[in-house]
Design a protein around this ligand. Structure first.
Ligand code: SOE
Length: 380
C-alpha cells in the first residue's frame, strides 16, 4: 500500500509544469517508493488561468488565495513556484502551518530572507528542499560520485558558465508574468540569482564551500518598459556577472553568466581539474560526462566521453529508465528530485539541497553582488 502525499502547487508557469511532471511520473518509474504524490490543488490569483492549468495537468481543485491553500487540511506539501519576492512569506506561512515545502530556486531574494526561512522550517521541523535540479542530471550525480571517491586527487580549479541570449532585444519589457526575471523587485537580482545560483549550488556540492569572491556585473540595457506601468523604468538587474573565488579546499573558482551571449540558449558547463583527473560537463549534451584520467596508459591518455546511460548500477538513476544507450533529458531531473524527496520522507533524512544548503548558495550570491558594487574581495 502506498501513502498519498497531497501536493498544493502555488504557480502555474514553466516551473509549475516541470515540477508537476515530476509528481506525475515518479510513481511509474520509482514504483518501490512508499509515498505517491497526489495533485490535490493548484493556486494562482487568476481563476481562469489556474483552472486551465489544473484541467490540463490533473489537479483536483483550485484556490485563488495562497493562504487558503496553505490552511487546507488536505494538503501535505506546498510547492512554491512563484517569483522570488514571494518565496519568504509563503514558505514561512507554510512552515507555521506544518506543511512540507518544496521551493523553487533561488531560495529567496537574499540571505537575510533565507535565514528567516531556514529558522521557520527548522522550528516547525518540516521536510524541505529547494529545486536545484541540475544536481540530478545523472552525469552530474556521477561527477559527484567520482569526486567523492578521491579519483581526482587534490582539486586545483573549478570553472562554470551559464550562458543565454534571450534578453538582447532592447524592446523586451520587464516585469509581469513571463518577464519578472528582468524586474529586480520580483527577482532580487539578474543572472546571479537566476543562473549563477545553479552553478554555485553544483559547485558547493562537488567542491565544498567558497571562502571569498571578487566579482563584476553589467547591465547592458539600462531602461525597459515595465509591463505593469507601461512606462520606461530603470533596469536594476545584472545582465551579466563574472566572479573569481577561493574554495575552502584551496582550489580556485571562475564563474561567468550572461543573457547576452548570442547563440547560447542555456549553455551550462562545468569543469573541475584535479591532480590525477579532470571532469567536464555540458547541459547541451547532458547525458555525457567527459573524463580525463592521467593514470591511464600514457600512450592512450586523452579525454573520454562517457555516455551516462548504463542501467546496471554504474550510472545514477539510469536503472529507472530505458536500456543502455537510450538517454533521458531535462525533465527527468525533476522526477529524480521528487523521487529523492519521497525517499527522504521514508528514511527520515533531509533531502538535499535543503533550505539550509540553499542558504549557502544565497550567501555566495550576496557576496558576489556586494563585491560587484565596490570592486573588492568579499568573504562569504
Ligand atoms: C531562465 O531562463 C531559466 O529558466 C532559469 O530560471 C532556470 O532556473 C534555468 O534552469 C533555465 O533558465
Amino acid at each position: 500500500m502506498t501513502k498519498p502525499l497531497r501536493i498544493g502547487m502555488i504557480g502555474y508557469g514553466f516551473m509549475g509544469r516541470t515540477h508537476t511532471n515530476g509528481y506525475k511520473r515518479v510513481g511509474d518509474f520509482f514504483p518501490e517508493l512508499e509515498y505517491r504524490p497526489v495533485l490535490q490543488a493548484a493556486c494562482a490569483r487568476s481563476e481562469d488561468k489556474i483552472q486551465a492549468f489544473a484541467d490540463q495537468w490533473g489537479y483536483a481543485s483550485i484556490e485563488t488565495d495562497w493562504r487558503k491553500l496553505i490552511a487546507r487540511d488536505d494538503i501535505d506539501a506546498v510547492d512554491i513556484c512563484v517569483p522570488n519576492n514571494l518565496h519568504k512569506e509563503m514558505a514561512i506561512a507554510a512552515a507555521e502551518a506544518g506543511k512540507m515545502i518544496l521551493c523553487e530556486k533561488p531560495l529567496a531574494l537574499n540571505s537575510a530572507e533565507g535565514e528567516e526561512m531556514c529558522a521557520a522550517v527548522e522550528k516547525a521541523g518540516v521536510p524541505n528542499t529547494v529545486w536545484y535540479n541540475y544536481r540530478r542530471v545523472p552525469a552530474v550525480t556521477l561527477a559527484k560520485h567520482i569526486v567523492d571517491s578521491g579519483k581526482l586527487g587534490r582539486i586545483f580549479h573549478y570553472r562554470a558558465n551559464f550562458l543565454q541570449d534571450w534578453t538582447i532585444n532592447a524592446e523586451l519589457p520587464q516585469g509581469g508574468a513571463g518577464l519578472w526575471r528582468l524586474d529586480a523587485a520580483a527577482a532580487g537580482s539578474g543572472v546571479t540569482g537566476d543562473l549563477l545560483a545553479h552553478c554555485i549550488d553544483t559547485a558547493l556540492w562537488l567542491n565544498g564551500s567558497i571562502s571569498n569572491v571578487t566579482a563584476m556585473t553589467e547591465t547592458f540595457i539600462k531602461e525597459r518598459v515595465h509591463t505593469e506601468t507601461g512606462q520606461k523604468q530603470k533596469v536594476s538587474i545584472d545582465d551579466a556577472c563574472a566572479f573569481m573565488c577561493h574554495f575552502a579546499n584551496g582550489s580556485l573558482g571562475l564563474f561567468e553568466s550572461t543573457r547576452y551571449a548570442r547563440g547560447h540558449k542555456a549553455l551550462y558547463t562545468l569543469e573541475i581539474n584535479g591532480e590525477f583527473a579532470s571532469l567536464r560537463w555540458d547541459l547541451h549534451d547532458l547525458h555525457r560526462l567527459e573524463v580525463f584520467d592521467y593514470k591511464d596508459e600514457p600512450a592512450l591518455r586523452g579525454w573520454k566521453s562517457v555516455h551516462v546511460t548504463d542501467n546496471g548500477g554504474e550510472h545514477p538513476y539510469m536503472d529507472k529508465w530505458w536500456v543502455p544507450g537510450l538517454q533521458i533529458g531535462y525533465e527527468h531531473t525533476f522526477v529524480h528530485q521528487v523521487a529523492d524527496f519521497l525517499k527522504s520522507l521514508e528514511d527520515g533524512t533531509p533531502c538535499s539541497p535543503t533550505f539550509r544548503d540553499a542558504l549557502e548558495t544565497q550567501k555566495v550570491c550576496d557576496a558576489v553582488l556586494a563585491s560587484a558594487q565596490d570592486h573588492s574581495w568579499k568573504n562569504v
